[in-house]
Design a protein around this ligand. Structure first.
Ligand SMILES: CC(C)(COP(=O)(O)OP(=O)(O)OC[C@H]1O[C@@H](n2cnc3c(N)ncnc32)[C@H](O)[C@@H]1OP(=O)(O)O)[C@@H](O)C(=O)NCCC(=O)NCCS
Length: 194
């Protein structure tokens, strides 16, 4: 499964991606916002994670799909975005993402999320996508709101960041399929203006 936008290719991982993953996830400014990424982040960490991710892609009944985000102009993996905990009974899943800090604030993650959310709602057949962000994570909370996610609650002392050992409160968000239909029209109009 490969998705494509103007500047990006969203594709399954390759073993050779480990270098780009170490560069991106190895930055503490990235990993401090995440639950499961250790710091320092080594070649071995990346290789092990990529291996697990490839295995999940190969499953027939997929529960976790992680797209690697390739920047066409540099042929480089600049981040990842996932649809995971896929639950076909309740037709919902969770989404998460990170981007190499060098590439922040250029609209790349918004551009990546449009086809990924389309895929989740229209191809997988989900009705709701959920996501969480540590309360102090301005960029992730901002991105969730921009994508049309509605805040549903505050989870107190819910997650420890593996990178820092710090315990975090997190905002929890949900996006319904019908809300996405409206938001995506607005986002596409915005992108076309650029
Ligand atoms: C969150 C993250 C993926 C956003 O990626 P990005 O490509 O920089 O995001 P975009 O450029 O598409 O921005 C989308 C929106 O997010 C918000 N946003 C992103 N960075 C922001 C910042 N530094 N300050 C305020 N708002 C920000 C804005 O609303 C922005 O829309 P706008 O540019 O029209 O104002 C990136 O900052 C990141 O990897 N952070 C570290 C890891 C992380 O926090 N992952 C999420 C864990 S829940």
């Amino acid at each position: 499964m490969i998705l494509e936008t103007k500047r990006l290719i969203l594709r399954p991982p390759k073993k050779s991606d480990w270098k780009d993953i170490v560069e991106g996830a190895g930055n503490i400014e990235v990993s401090k916002n995440l639950s499961l990424v250790p710091h320092p982040y080594t070649k071995k960490d990346a290789q092990k994670w990529i291996k697990g991710t490839i295995k999940k892609w190969k499953k027939k009944d997929k529960k976790d799909i992680t797209f690697f985000i390739e920047l066409k102009s540099e042929r480089k993996i600049i981040g990842v975005t996932s649809i995971h905990n896929i639950d076909m009974k309740d037709k919902k899943a969770t989404t998460g993402s990170w981007l190499n800090k060098k590439y922040w604030r250029k609209g790349y993650m918004t551009e990546a999320k449009i086809p990924v959310l389309d895929f989740a709602f229209n191809k997988i057949g989900l009705k709701k996508i959920e996501t969480e962000a540590f309360v102090e994570n301005i960029s992730s909370n901002g991105m969730s709101k921009k994508l049309g996610f509605k805040k549903e609650g505050l989870l107190r002392k819910t997650t420890v960041s593996k990178a820092t050992g710090k315990v975090h409160d997190a905002n929890t968000y949900g996006l319904m399929k019908e809300e996405w239909v409206q938001t995506r029209t607005r986002l596409i109009k915005e992108l076309l203006k650029k």
